[in-house]
Write a protein of this length. Structure first.
Length: 255
């Protein structure tokens, strides 16, 4: 397949401008991405990504189809991320239909953040996450999942890390050595992604009175397989590498 200038522009706009993804791709991933572009929406290939043009029911249909393709192993996680972001950017969040979907959502949370689940199927989970002022969603992972978010209101600071090494402490604790791949401040309309192989370990903090974001994951990870990461370094937020105590979900839930 020949990748022309327009295709290279699309890849640059969707991937390389997402600072949380590596700026260099191996040849195999580049070839997979090129092949996967045949599955991307025509609007994206034409460079005509317009915000707030996709109705909620159409968005749900497109995301369900994307999750089916993931289940059938058609595209890779990079293509899933790119197409999911495209749909997320197009979603009309100013419509009465979207407001009704939020009102009908299943709400959970704690004193720091609220989760309003709007869609949950076999291979997809998504909704609105709202974080209170200055509250931190601690470093954690979504094993095997591709996640996409879009800020609706407010601002959030987001850190993303990859795990490059592990050691076992004398007391048997699992110490994860993390390398930062992204540190950004996101405002309304800004997006971010995580994939199984890049930026999956992440933390978020609201730096406005509250911050609300659309958050969709393909496939939904098993909560029991999630891990939390307690930084050993007090200044981890400013470090490019940091060491953390890995805490399995079942232990974290008891703390």
């Amino acid at each position: 397949m020949v990748v022309d200038r327009a295709d290279r522009d699309i890849m640059g706009r969707v991937f390389l401008n997402q600072q949380h993804l590596p700026t260099a791709f191996c040849r195999r991933r580049f070839l997979l991405l090129s092949l996967g572009m045949a599955l991307w929406p025509a609007e994206l290939l034409a460079g005509k990504v317009r915000a707030n043009t996709l109705a909620w029911h159409s968005f749900v249909s497109q995301m369900k189809q994307l999750s089916v393709e993931y289940r059938d192993d058609i595209p890779g996680s990079d293509v899933i991320a790119a197409r999911g972001l495209h749909y997320l950017q197009q979603l009309n969040t100013a419509s009465a239909e979207f407001d009704a979907a939020v009102e009908a959502s299943f709400e959970t949370g704690n004193r720091f953040w609220t989760w309003q689940r709007m869609l949950k199927k076999e291979n997809i989970n998504g909704g609105v996450l709202t974080i209170d002022h200055k509250q931190l969603v601690q470093l954690h992972d979504h094993p095997g999942a591709t996640g996409m978010l879009r800020i609706l209101s407010g601002k959030a600071e987001i850190w993303q890390f990859d795990r490059h090494a592990s050691t076992t402490a004398t007391d048997g604790d699992d110490i994860a050595e993390l390398t930062r791949v992204s540190h950004r401040v996101l405002g309304p309309g800004d997006t971010a992604v995580l994939t199984p192989h890049s930026g999956n370990i992440h933390a978020l903090r609201s730096i406005s009175s509250t911050c609300s974001m659309l958050d969709f994951i393909i496939p939904p990870y098993k909560r029991s397989e999630r891990s939390w990461y307690q930084p050993i370094d007090n200044d981890w937020e400013r470090r490019e590498t940091t060491a953390c105590l890995r805490i399995p979900q079942y232990e974290f839930a008891m703390t």
